[in-house]
Ligand binder design. Sequence first.
Ligand code: GSH
Length: 198
Amino acid sequence: MSKLQIFGAARSRTMRALWLADELELDYDHRLKDEAGLDYLSINPSGKVPAIDDNGLVLTESMAINMYLVKKHGGDLAPRDLAEEAVILQWTFWAMTEVEGAALTVLFNRALLPEDERDAAAADKGEASLQKPLGILNEALANRQWLAADRFTVADLNVASVLSWVKLARIDLGAFPNLTEWLGRCLGRPALAKILKG
Ligand SMILES: N[C@@H](CCC(=O)N[C@@H](CS)C(=O)NCC(=O)O)C(=O)O
């Protein structure tokens, strides 16, 4: 039985898999895709991260990786029944399809690209398009601490990992107080601090 391998830099979508692995207290090796001697394209032909190798099971797609790991290892972050699992998947798909693209557009065009390559109009358009989904998340958190259950689950981790782009992009969250408090609870978890420090 070989140890779980997680590929990709912590400051990328790999963050969400590393964060979960630490929440689950898994024993794993964290590897970078440009590591000497590693043929990463044989693991993920797209060259993208994250990927994992779990004793021969190679998986790509960050959210699929997280659903696999949490269901394999169980515990409080995992769904306890089909209904919880459905709600976890709902929020996970929602974050990827309704928020992630626009959040990255804003992040790249306000911070990550060299200044002369930034497109301010694209950033503003991205921010405007996020107002409705951010409002929906804010409303969903009006009377609850966590998204899918009465405890922190992989739904919160997955969605907060996407919302961390929104925060990094310095999108104004002033109109979304429930979201802001929930995001603070999620991003304040010691397991996340540990992987971002390492
Ligand atoms: N849908 C994929 C997206 C993976 C992805 O785009 N990863 C970025 C890092 S955050 C990457 O590897 N980019 C390098 C590239 O595009 O070559 C997932 O969620 O895992």
